[in-house]
Design a protein around this ligand. Structure first.
Ligand code: SAM
Length: 331
C-alpha cells in the first residue's frame, strides 16, 4: 500500500494502544483527524468490515496527496484537506451526524520534520516557515515581523516551557534587526547563544523547546485543539470513543481539561447539597491517567518517547442524568 518511502519509514506512535482505544465496531464510522502518512488510518482500515468507513483530515497538502492515493485503493476511505477545527463541517458535508470514534495524533509528522524546506527542524537548514499547510497562513518569517519581544517571550514560555524564554526572545529579535535571521540555522544559533553556557549541553538541544513553541504559534495549534476536540466529543455517538495523542505537557493539560469539562460539567459550589446547574456529563474517562508508551515501544520508535494519550468515551443522556443524580424527567 502507498508507494511513499516516508510511509515505510514512519511508525505510528502508540499504534496498538490508539487502535485498541478507538476501535469498538467493525461496521463503525471513524475519523482520523491527523492523517500524516496514514499509519493509524491503515491500522484502522485493516480492522473495518466492508460496511465500516474512515474519514481522514489533514492540513498538509503532502499528506493529502498520500491520502488521495489510499482513497483510490480503498473505497471505505476518504480524506479532506482542512484543519481539524473544521471537523464539524467536514462531518456535516458527509452527512455523518454521529460517529463511532475520533482520533488525533497531534504535532508534526516525520516527513514534515525531515524536509528541510518546511522549516520545522533546527538540525537541517531551511527557510523560516513552519506552516503545516504551506498553501495558507503566514510563515514564521512574517509572523516575526509583527511580534514584540515580550509577546515572543510569552509564546516561548507558554508553548515551550522554556525557562530562558526572555533571553531567547531578545536574542531572536536582535538577530532579526541585524539582518541575521534568515534561516532555521540562524534561529538555532540565536537560541543556542541566548542559553547560559552551563545549560547548553547535557539535555535536549537548547533550540528544541523554542522551535516547538514557534511551531505551535504559527499553526495556532492550541485553538485548533479547543475547537477540534470539542467538535469530536459533540459528534460521538453513545459508546463512541475519543483518543488524543500529544507530545507536550501544555497540550496534554488542555486536552485533559476539555474532556474533564464534559466528564464533570457541574458548576455548583461544593457546599451545595445537590446539583442545581443542570449540566449533565456527556463523557467518561476510559482511563483517568494518560496512556504512555512502553519501554519496548520507545526502544523501537524513539519519536514516541514523550507521547501521552488521553482516552474517553461518550455516554448516553440517560447515563449522564444518572451520574448527575437526576432520576428522570426534565431538570
Ligand atoms: C504526528 S502526524 C500524524 C501521523 C499519523 N498518525 C500517521 O500515523 O502517519 C500529525 C499530522 O497531523 C497534521 N495536523 C496537525 N495539526 C493539524 C490540524 N490542526 N488540522 C489538520 N491536520 C493537522 C499534520 O499536518 C501531520 O500531518
Amino acid at each position: 500500500m502507498g508507494g511513499d518511502k516516508s510511509y515505510a519509514e514512519h511508525i505510528p506512535v502508540l499504534r496498538d494502544a490508539f487502535i485498541d482505544a478507538l476501535f469498538t465496531d467493525p461496521d463503525g464510522y471513524y475519523v482520523d483527524c491527523t492523517f500524516g502518512r496514514g499509519g493509524h488510518s491503515r491500522e484502522l482500515l485493516a480492522k473495518l468490515s466492508e460496511n465500516g468507513r474512515l474519514l481522514a483530515i489533514d492540513r498538509d497538502p503532502e499528506a493529502i496527496a498520500e491520502g488521495e492515493r489510499l482513497a483510490e485503493e480503498d473505497g471505505r476511505f476518504s480524506i479532506v484537506h482542512a484543519d481539524f477545527a473544521r471537523l464539524g463541517e467536514a462531518l456535516d458535508e458527509k452527512g455523518w451526524h454521529q460517529v463511532t470514534g475520533v482520533g488525533f495524533d497531534l504535532g508534526v509528522s516525520s516527513p514534515q520534520v525531515d524536509n528541510a524546506e518546511r522549516g520545522f527542524s533546527f538540525q537541517k537548514n531551511g527557510p523560516l516557515d513552519m506552516r503545516m499547510d504551506s498553501s495558507s497562513g503566514q510563515p514564521l518569517s512574517q509572523m516575526l515581523e509583527r511580534v514584540s519581544e515580550r509577546e515572543l517571550a510569552d509564546i516561548i514560555y507558554r508553548f515551550g516551557d522554556e525557562r530562558y524564554s526572555r533571553r531567547i526572545a531578545k536574542s531572536i529579535l536582535n538577530a532579526k534587526h541585524e539582518g541575521k535571521l534568515n534561516s532555521t540555522s540562524d534561529l538555532e544559533n540565536a537560541c543556542f547563544h541566548a542559553t547560559p553556557k552551563q545549560a547548553r549541553h547535557g539535555g535536549a538541544h537548547p533550540a528544541t523547546r523554542t522551535f516547538q513553541a514557534l511551531r505551535i504559534w504559527v499553526n495556532e495549534e492550541m485553538d485548533q485543539i479547543d475547537v477540534g476536540v470539542n467538535a469530536a466529543m459533540e459528534h460521538l455517538k453513545p459508546g463512541g470513543r475519543l483518543a488524543v495523542i500529544s507530545f507536550h505537557s501544555g497540550e496534554d493539560r488542555r486536552i485533559r481539561d476539555l474532556i474533564e469539562a464534559q466528564v464533570h460539567p457541574c458548576k455548583c459550589p461544593p457546599q451545595m447539597p445537590m446539583c442545581v446547574c443542570g449540566k449533565i456529563p456527556s463523557m467518561r474517562w476510559l482511563q483517568k491517567k494518560p496512556v504512555r508508551p512502553s519501554d519496548a515501544e520507545v526502544a523501537i520508535n524513539p519519536r514516541s518517547r514523550s507521547s501521552l494519550m488521553r482516552i474517553a468515551e461518550r455516554i448516553s443522556e440517560a447515563e449522564g442524568r444518572k451520574l448527575a443524580g437526576y432520576s428522570g424527567g426534565s431538570l
